[in-house]
Design a protein around this ligand. Structure first.
Ligand SMILES: [Zn+2]
Ligand SMILES: [Zn+2]
Length: 232
């Protein structure tokens, strides 16, 4: 069992739901997947959601979980059972079933992940066995404030993002006023103009080294709630 209490709690819930959802004959296969991901909270949340809701009321264990695409800390995951595959959207905060694998996705979802159309999306929908299986360990480091992965740009307003002009904290420094040559920013257009300037200058993507303290403790220390809607 993992040491983390939260993970232990998740695992016991999943086991309980599995009792109702999985036949004795298939329990071994279901438990093997659960055991494999015992330290990965995102995948455990996915399994919990799956066994709790059982899409289409099919009583089948999850046999494989693969990553389809990722953008700013949000992933589309493909969950395969003995007869069908489903697509879930997974973030640090949420797990939602979108539908069967290769089914048409909502336009907002396609757009978020950068697909022009359903046909465009289908190009990455390889046979399930060819998709990259999710790694058992925890997810790669993500920004504790806004949730993006290493190498990605922070969400605007994130308290961890470093200012490319002064190398201070972008959400706190005065560069935005200096760059726009104003004393205050109170219009949407000013913010957009600043984002253009920032992009032209070159935003600094998230790196683990930017986190000034152990991940998960930043909120209390800087008292900043700039990425509020994304925090747990
Ligand atoms: Zn961030
Ligand atoms: Zn600055």
């Amino acid at each position: 069992m993992p040491e983390n209490k939260e993970l232990q709690q998740l695992i016991s819930e999943i086991k309980l739901f599995m009792k109702y959802a999985v036949s004795d004959a298939q329990m071994g296969a279901a438990e093997a997947v659960l055991h494999k991901y015992r330290n990965n909270s995102r995948i455990l949340n996915l399994l919990r959601e799956y066994y709790l809701a059982l899409p289409d009321a099919r009583e089948e264990p999850v046999l494989r979980i693969a990553k389809l695409v990722q953008h700013q800390g949000v992933s589309l995951l493909v969950v395969t059972t003995s007869s069908v595959s489903y697509v879930y959207v997974s973030s640090a905060q949420q797990i939602v079933l979108l539908g069967e694998y290769r089914a048409e996705l909502e336009p907002e979802v396609l757009e978020y992940f950068g697909f022009d159309s359903h046909e465009d999306f289908l190009k990455i929908c390889l046979p399930v066995g060819d998709l990259e299986e999710c790694v058992p360990g925890s997810e790669p480091t993500i920004c504790p404030a806004c949730g993006v992965s290493e190498g990605e740009y922070h969400l605007l307003g994130c308290s961890i993002e470093i200012c490319p002009w002064c190398e201070g904290q972008l959400s706190k420094c005065n560069c935005r006023f200096e760059q726009l040559e104003v004393d205050a920013i109170d219009e949407e257009e000013q913010l957009e103009e600043f984002v253009d300037l920032l992009t032209a200058k070159g935003r600094i993507p998230f790196e683990q080294e930017q986190v000034p303290f152990y991940p998960g403790t930043s909120r209390g220390l800087d008292g900043d709630d700039t990425a509020g809607e994304l925090e747990q």
